[in-house]
Design a protein around this ligand. Structure first.
Ligand SMILES: NC(=O)c1ccc[n+]([C@@H]2O[C@H](COP(=O)([O-])OP(=O)(O)OC[C@H]3O[C@@H](n4cnc5c(N)ncnc54)[C@H](O)[C@@H]3O)[C@@H](O)[C@H]2O)c1
Length: 376
């Protein structure tokens, strides 16, 4: 029996809490897990709910509107597993306020894992990132390679991976998924990710616009393949995933950014290619993905060409305009800056409840961030 089949012998279906369920990956992941029979609940503070590009999932879980910093152990009781996605999710947002990034991404995640263990949750799947390899250059980093995080965002991933393993017990198994850079269509779309951004420019302007000179290496993975990896970890026998770190992606999807540009050019014909300068992006890393294939039987079903084709079909279906492509709902930093500048979130990124007129009958307890359950 192969290791892949052994992985399928594990826990089977589970009661899963997905944090960050209202985000780019979370929206697709929740539908994926529901389709495979898991009982799923979401939890998200809802920073990016405004960014809904198209109708793309038929199933969404009930979700709790709550900041992870306000979660209590009783919120977590009864779940078999937590898949933890809810963080400030990229370098620019992380750099905006590194202190708050550490508060949410490092301390918030470690606190959540601590509460999960206290609440009797058995598995804690953490969404780390291959960006921990930072500037490793041309070598394919395995999970045991040295890490070189370059930003507050990537440093927090390393700190969570440093602190959470000590919580592991016979009854509590954390697993760390170092995902490659994600791409692919999600109803709650992000255009601040390389493949999606290049495809969006190709569609709206007929220009394939790179920030860098195109030489940096980056591994890529489709969000449905990330979802597949998470499902495999949920189902795997405990000894295969207990305290383990897995790179999530595939060896053939380590690309130089200019190769990605060429693939996009094939899918979006008639585009001009524009390079940035060599100082545009310091991240330069490749990763080795043997472990997740050998231990969990993971095989990526998508590549960048297929993902770009999927994006083209979505852009065509919604007749995507430049305005929509550039709107704040699809670029994390624009939306966070908007929420800050309008005072909808405070300096610590907590929602500020706007005054609710008493004669509307609106119940202030249903305002965002108040911890009530809503249907997405
Ligand atoms: N997208 C990628 O390329 C990629 C790659 C590697 C790892 N990851 C990780 O995967 C996770 C999800 O990424 P994504 O691309 O879906 O990002 P996203 O920004 O679309 O989703 C993150 C979600 O978390 C929520 N959130 C943020 N802070 C919160 C808080 N304090 N309390 C409750 N909810 C909060 C946001 O409202 C948002 O819906 C993140 O942890 C990210 O670092 C993403």
């Amino acid at each position: 029996m192969g290791l892949g089949s052994r992985a399928m012998e594990g826990m089977g279906l589970m009661r899963v809490l997905v944090t960050g369920s209202e985000g780019y990956i979370g929206t697709v992941l929740c539908a994926y897990l529901l389709d495979r029979g898991h009982e799923v609940t979401g939890l998200d503070t809802g920073f990016h709910r405004v960014g809904w590009l198209y109708h793309g999932v038929d199933r969404s879980p009930a979700w709790v509107a709550k900041d992870i910093r306000h979660v209590a152990a009783e919120d977590l009781r009864g779940f078999d597993a937590i898949v933890h996605l809810a963080e400030l999710s990229n370098d620019p947002v992380g750099q905006l306020n590194p202190e708050i990034t550490f508060e949410i991404n490092h301390l918030g995640s470690v606190r959540l894992a601590t509460l999960a263990r206290a609440a009797g949750v058995q598995r804690f799947i953490y969404m780390s990132s291959c960006s921990v390899y930072g500037s490793a250059g041309d070598t394919d980093s395995t999970e045991t390679a040295e890490v070189h995080p370059l930003t507050a965002y990537a440093k927090c991933k390393v700190l969570v991976e440093r602190d959470v393993p000590s919580l592991a017990t016979d009854d509590f198994s954390p697993t760390f998924l170092r995902n490659a850079t994600a791409y692919g269509a999600s109803p709650r779309m992000r255009f601040d990710l390389v493949v999606n951004d290049l495809a969006g420019h190709a569609w709206t302007e007929k220009v394939i616009r790179m920030d860098s000179d195109g030489r940096p290496w980056r591994p890529f993975v489709h969000i449905l393949d990330i979802s597949q990896a998470i499902d495999l970890v949920l189902r795997a026998p405990r000894d295969l995933i207990h305290g383990q770190v897995f790179n999530v992606g595939s060896n053939h999807q380590n690309y130089q950014v200019r190769e990605v540009a060429e693939i996009i050019a094939d899918v979006f014909p008639g585009c001009r290619t524009q390079f940035g300068d060599s100082s545009g992006d310091h991240r330069n890393y490749r990763a080795n993905f043997d472990k997740i294939r050998d231990v969990l039987g993971f095989e990526a079903r998508y590549d960048v060409a297929r993902g770009a084709q999927q994006l083209l079909e979505v852009f065509r279906a919604v007749d995507m305009s430049t305005e929509l492509f550039e709107s704040r709902g699809h670029t994390r930093i624009k939306q966070i800056q908007h929420l800050l500048s309008t005072g909808q979130i405070d300096a610590r990124f907590f929602w500020v409840r706007p005054p609710v007129p008493t004669d509307t009958g609106a119940d202030p307890a249903t305002a965002p961030g108040s911890g009530t359950v809503a249907r997405a």
